[in-house]
Design a protein around this ligand. Structure first.
Ligand code: NAP
Ligand code: ZN
Ligand code: ZN
Length: 351
């Protein structure tokens, strides 16, 4: 396939905030010196897509083509690309560029670029164009922001690793999840189920804190040692002072004081969930027990590759429901209703 034939490609876009997504045609830039053209095979649906397509975080640009869990095959590379060749299995996550010169970029923490990274969609690239994401058949991305998907991972189930996988891997490694550590994952959705799998593979003792016991059997199968319902007040009495690390993947504001009380001395509550409204807490919840309240955003490019290699080595990928593109809007509703097991992935051949 040549560059000329793919500058115009099919995609699914939200024409306006909260409007249903619909099929459209978008333009992709010509393949530049350091670019790869990727034939997208699968695109995961992240809850962040829904926050943004509904403009829940504000400042959304429409029409918006969401999608930052991209898995596909390299179709063409620019003349300056050495690391990839046509036919390679590759992935693209939440970022497609960053300044490359600030301290964070140089440390491999491009997600914390001091200029702000260029996100895969709903962002402005260096040429001043609005980026358009992975709910599409092709994308042109700088090779430096492209990662390799190991052969051991199926492409469809690997797609969600590009956001859900790295977003849990990064804080689990940073806060040293491993043997002897008690970890709780709050919310068993797309991020949460990858958190359970990865924390278990790292050797930690894993507890799921879910709204109900509805998904208990799944949680245990995914690698959890314990499973509790947060709708039950006894859970908070029973588990007080238990955990070294709690990672909240909840997409809505969390009553932080209740969860901080579940930490041991020096424990950390890390938010990866990105609710649309602010949260508040009583600072005394942190003082007693020298506790940390933290956040974490995706992971750097090098760490994303490390995570994919770790998942391949441990046989980890997402539990997915593969859907045709005309079911995206229905999938959004199901995610909002916490009815996802555990990631919707779009078969882009149906766009
Ligand atoms: P998801 O699949 O919808 O999972 C979120 C889970 O949170 C739900 O399955 C549900 O689990 C629980 N939950 C939902 N609403 C709740 C409520 N009102 N109270 C308590 N629990 C609730 O979403 P996701 O794709 O995993 O994303 C989760 C959040 O992380 C979103 O806000 C997303 O934008 C954010 N995110 C952040 C990053 C980052 O870099 N920090 C990256 C990706 C996504 P149970 O049914 O088990 O209770
Ligand atoms: Zn995401
Ligand atoms: Zn930077």
């Amino acid at each position: 396939m040549t560059t000329q034939t793919v500058t115009s490609v099919p995609a699914y876009a939200a024409p306006a905030a909260r409007a249903p997504l619909e099929r459209t045609t978008i333009s992709r830039r010509p393949v530049g010196e350091h670019d790869v053209l990727i034939e997208i095979k699968y695109a995961g649906i992240c809850h962040s897509d829904i926050h943004q397509a509904r403009d829940g975080w504000g400042e959304g640009t429409f029409p918006m083509v969401p999608g930052h869990e991209i898995a596909g095959i390299v179709a063409e590379v620019g003349p300056g690309v050495t690391g990839f060749a046509a036919g390679d299995r590759v992935g693209v996550g939440c970022m497609v560029d960053s300044c490359r010169t600030c301290d964070n970029c140089r440390a491999g923490l491009e997600q914390y670029c001091s200029d702000g990274p260029v996100y895969t969609y709903n962002s402005t690239d260096r040429g001043g164009e609005t980026t358009l994401g992975g709910y599409s058949t092709h994308i042109v991305v700088d090779a430096a922001y492209t990662v390799r998907i190991p052969d051991a991972l199926p492409l469809d189930a690997a797609a969600p690793l590009l956001c859900a996988g790295i977003t849990l891997y990064s804080p689990l490694v940073h806060w040293k999840a491993g043997p002897g550590k008690k970890i709780a994952v709050v919310g068993l959705g797309g991020l949460g189920h990858m958190g359970v799998k990865i924390a278990h593979a790292l050797g930690a003792e894993v507890t799921v804190l879910s709204q109900s016991l509805r998904k208990r059997d799944d949680g245990i199968r995914l690698g959890a040692d314990h499973y509790y319902a947060t709708s039950d007040d006894d859970t908070f009495k029973q588990l007080a002072g238990s955990f070294d690390l709690i990672i909240s993947t909840v997409s809505a504001p969390l009553p932080l004081d209740r969860y901080l009380a579940l930490l041991r001395t020096d424990g950390a509550l890390v938010n990866v969930g990105a609710p649309e409204e602010p949260v508040s807490l009583n600072v005394f919840s942190l003082l007693a027990g020298r506790k940390t309240l933290a956040g974490s955003g995706i992971g750097g490019i090098r760490e994303t590759q490390e995570m994919l290699d770790f998942c391949a080595e441990h046989g980890l990928a997402a539990d997915i429901e593969l859907i045709p593109a005309d079911r995206i809007n229905e999938a959004y509703e199901r995610v909002l209703a916490s009815d996802v097991r555990y990631r919707f992935v779009i078969d882009t051949a149906t766009i």
